[in-house]
Ligand binder design. Structure first.
Ligand SMILES: CCCCC/C=C\C/C=C\C/C=C\C/C=C\CCCC(=O)SCCNC(=O)CCNC(=O)[C@H](O)C(C)(C)COP(=O)(O)OP(=O)(O)OC[C@H]1O[C@@H](n2cnc3c(N)ncnc32)[C@H](O)[C@@H]1OP(=O)(O)O
Length: 158
């Protein structure tokens, strides 16, 4: 059963932002604290004829693993991410996405994720996210999404 996220992400996100015409087309849904999704890359994301650019795959991974922050109910930022490219990422194929939190150690959130083309593992990633207060994003001067208000208050310093 799919659960609705309590928070929405930035509509201009380059990964999944519906208001960003250059977005990568990442679509996600949530099952408990796990994230599922899909993406379909095309010529705009080419690295070699017919193949996706590795940087596009890495950006998708960052977005995908970051989505876990929503069901975890903890705002955070990527501190490190490692992407292992395991198989060909072909353009024009609907790739399936999955991510989850493996371990929480204070403010350190250890995320994992996978991208598959059918049964073929295309890429897997591990990332360290650090839980931050929403005030972390105030320095830009841009308004924060309304749904971020109060986000992480209960989990802060947990
Ligand atoms: C700009 C995009 C933001 C998007 C995310 C926003 C919200 C999420 C919303 C919805 C979620 C949905 C989708 C998400 C979509 C996309 C996700 C993209 C996420 C990003 O793309 S986000 C941009 C890139 N990201 C940054 O812009 C971070 C810049 N950076 C900093 O802002 C600081 O660097 C910070 C805050 C990370 C830490 O600073 P700090 O002062 O708060 O904490 P401190 O340094 O004390 O570290 C505390 C403990 O973490 C350990 N630690 C820290 N860094 C480490 C490292 N690199 N390696 C190993 N361990 C590390 C320390 O060793 C210590 O460990 P210990 O406690 O054991 O000593």
């Amino acid at each position: 059963m799919h659960s609705a996220p309590a928070r929405t992400h930035d509509p201009m996100c380059m990964g999944c932002g519906h208001a960003n015409p250059g977005n990568l087309g990442v679509r996600v849904w949530f099952e408990g604290q796990r994230v599922h999704g899909e993406v379909l890359l095309d010529e705009r994301h080419s690295g070699a004829p017919g193949y996706a650019h590795g940087g596009a795959i890495a950006a998708i991974m960052d977005d995908l693993l970051g989505q876990v922050l929503i069901p975890l109910d903890r705002p955070g930022v990527t501190a490190t991410i490692t992407v292992d490219f395991r198989g060909p990422a072909l353009l024009g194929r609907t790739l399936s996405l999955e991510s989850w939190c493996e371990k929480i150690d204070g403010r350190k959130l250890h995320m994992r994720g996978e991208i598959r083309d059918g049964d073929t593992l295309v890429a897997e990633a591990r990332a360290l996210f650090i839980h931050v207060d929403v005030s972390h994003w105030e320095a830009s001067g841009q308004p924060l999404p309304e749904s971020w208000q109060g986000w992480g208050g209960e989990a802060q310093n947990a």
